[in-house]
Design a protein. Sequence first.
Length: 385
Amino acid sequence: MFGHETGEERLIAERSNVLEADAFQDVLVVGAGLMGSSIAWLLSKAGCRVVLIDAGSFGGEASAAGAGMLAPGGEYREPSPAARFAIESLAMYPTFVRQFEKESGISIDYRKCGAIELAYDHEGWRALRRRADTQRRFGISAQMLCPSSLSALAPGLNLEGLLGVLYYPDDACVAPADLLRALRAVCECEGVRILENSPVEKIDAERRRVMVRVREQRIIGRHLVLAAGAWSSQIPVSRLGVTTHIPESFPVKGHLVGYRLLSGSLRPILRNGHHYIVQRKSGFTIAGSSEEQGGFNRSVNPERISEIRHAVGSFYTPISMLEPTREWTGFRPASESHAPTIGRVPGTNVWLAYGHYRNGILLAPATAHLVSHQITECAPQVTGR
């Protein structure tokens, strides 16, 4: 909300965060980012009474900060269950987006734009060719292109010294802000109760129910989904009064830079090493990114911004002389296992859905369907609305 709240607006906001005393819900979802809200939406569509709780605002953290690349080609270099899960989730995206657009009436900037991976040295090109050979064997399409053919596909690329190019035709991109607006609309339409600015202090799991305390409220549900991103493991979880271990989550900070370019001036995602460029339909173009572990420090480091600007300007000339219109950071939710934490805490009705690191937006459809299906399979424990 922008500007100053009136007394009436504050009263409405306060009332919206209050549930009936000791009301019993089917599912409590902690974390109203893309992951948690997608799970809440699917569960509500299945007939569950759902309360979605967030310490801040709806979609206000990693989901909103992300560039929105849906790019298994740049992330998964070896066959693994995680790679298969990502390929499955990417395949679900067109239906995922169409359903949101249909139910919310909100247009979503989603495009199967493809991605170009660049190599300016011989070792880098050998590594890309080896990667492509492996990826093709487990389902990621990768094509070698001649650098001289890129003028039409990606005008503005620096072709000087370019030795090799891989093209990933199935990689896509989406505007996270559009997804979040649509998700909020469909959640509200399905009757999901959204509690913002409501930090969960602890989670108590008993045999057939889960209770959380939010300020002075006690909220009880048959099931709970913990999807609070990098903050997830900071919320204590106890089973029958005894603290239980859940996998650690922690933030990996990334810097991003935004530029205003002409709409349609860049179609594919561009990647060179750890740096990338992706353009929204509006022409807003995002460059990234850095990786830093240092807690929840939100400050923007000018040196990191300068490094990103120099790196991306070296391979995409249209932004080499431009001043950014926006600079920001986000907290990728990493985990101790270097893989998403998805599943049930043994002996409880607590479900975990966090630790997706750089691929939370990509993995949202598959994660939401998996977790919601697992919970609704416990049909006798879900009462419905």
